[in-house]
Write a protein that binds this ligand. Structure first.
Ligand SMILES: *Cc1c(COP(=O)(O)O)cnc(C)c1O
Length: 339
């Protein structure tokens, strides 16, 4: 096998590529089997599977990075393991022991070594998921489950690199006030497809969701979290029980406070008070840190001070975060796991 696949790394986007191996494990008779690698990217399940009818499924997303020294590392994989288990609990699915989750990710990355993009030419995106399977028709939890992990090389999620992009605030919600917004359940994303299409048709990169209870506060930027930077360079990010707790967001909060010595606030962000920010951005594993140039709300476009070029704090956070992920900057303890 060749040591590297024939891919023009600089043209990588965020689309499905079938890599060599994926991992599957089954929950039957009350326990997980030991799991195995397979080359088959199709799965055969009962047409009554709860994942298909009642959305009993959840997923994760993380990346493997090729460091400046040629090593491969995972970023805060234990956090993804814990979050997947939170999702499983909310959806009455059996959790995945943390060691099993990490082991599955390591196995998949090692088996697809030749698909890992060279240093800073992209990343290997890892997609773990849990689905309810087996014969069923009633609205109730499944009796069998499948845990799978696959991976593919990716480039930027929002095209445009570090050029600020524009968003529009949606009238729709992705989640209910006490629903499943805080877990990575597929249903949230099914609900987001239509508002996303409206935003793109209107010339925007994606839509921004307000809090489902009062429709006054910013919650999510598509499938990424929101942050704003004030005039004194404080990092402000919304707090709400219906936001998906982004590991990227928790990481930049830590870096802004502990590495850059800035104030960090997790609190309400009102959609009609965007003038409190000089810079804004979206953050997540796929989005990394994407600068937001402007936001349309109630028919009016609000531009941040830095809307032509990325702002200094957004750039500093991007450099620091990706520097740590690509092994160029020292990482806080336990953030990096060598593959
Ligand atoms: C996955 C996701 C994020 C980003 O979380 P990370 O852990 O940073 O990847 C943010 N918002 C939504 C809705 C998500 O699904």
């Amino acid at each position: 096998m060749k040591t590297h696949v024939d891919i023009n790394w600089s043209e990588l986007g965020f689309s499905y590529i079938k890599t060599d191996f994926r991992y599957v494990s089954l929950w039957q008779d009350g326990k997980w089997d030991k799991g195995r690698l397979t080359e088959d990217n199709t799965i055969t399940i009962s047409d009554g599977s709860t994942a298909l009818h009642y959305g009993q499924q959840c997923f994760e997303g993380l990346k493997a990075y090729r460091t400046v020294n040629g090593k491969t590392v995972l970023f805060r994989v234990d956090r993804n393991a814990k979050r997947l288990n939170m999702s499983c609990r909310r959806l009455l699915m059996p959790g995945i022991p943390e060691e099993k989750f990490i082991d599955a990710c390591l196995k998949v990355v090692r088996a697809n070594e030749r698909w890992i993009p060279p240093h800073r030419m992209g990343t290997l995106y890892i997609r773990p998921y849990v689905i309810g399977i087996g014969d069923n028709i009633g609205v109730k939890p499944a009796s069998s489950y499948m845990f799978g992990v696959f991976c593919l090389p990716v480039g930027p999620y929002f095209k445009g690199g570090m050029k600020p992009v524009n968003f529009i605030i949606s009238d729709y919600d992705r989640a209910a006030p006490f629903g499943t917004g805080a877990v990575k359940a597929g249903g949230n994303y099914a609900a987001s497809l239509y508002p996303h299409k409206l935003a793109v048709d209107g010339g925007f990169t994606d839509c921004i969701y307000l809090d489902p209870m009062t429709h006054t506060k910013i919650e999510e930027v598509g499938a990424a979290n929101f942050f704003g930077i004030t005039g004194d360079q404080a990092l402000v990010t919304p707090k709400s029980d219906s936001i998906l707790p982004s590991i990227t967001k928790q990481s930049i909060m830590y870096l802004a406070g502990n590495y850059l010595g800035k104030r960090v606030e997790e609190r309400d962000v009102y959609a009609d008070r965007l003038d409190e920010f000089k810079e804004a951005g979206a953050c997540g594993t796929a989005a990394v840190i994407t600068p937001i140039g402007g936001i349309e709300y109630n028919g009016k476009m609000h531009f941040f001070d830095y809307h032509e070029e990325v702002g200094p704090m957004t750039k500093a956070l991007y450099d620091l975060l990706t520097g740590i992920q690509f092994g160029e900057e020292p990482a806080p303890d336990n953030w990096i796991l060598e593959v």
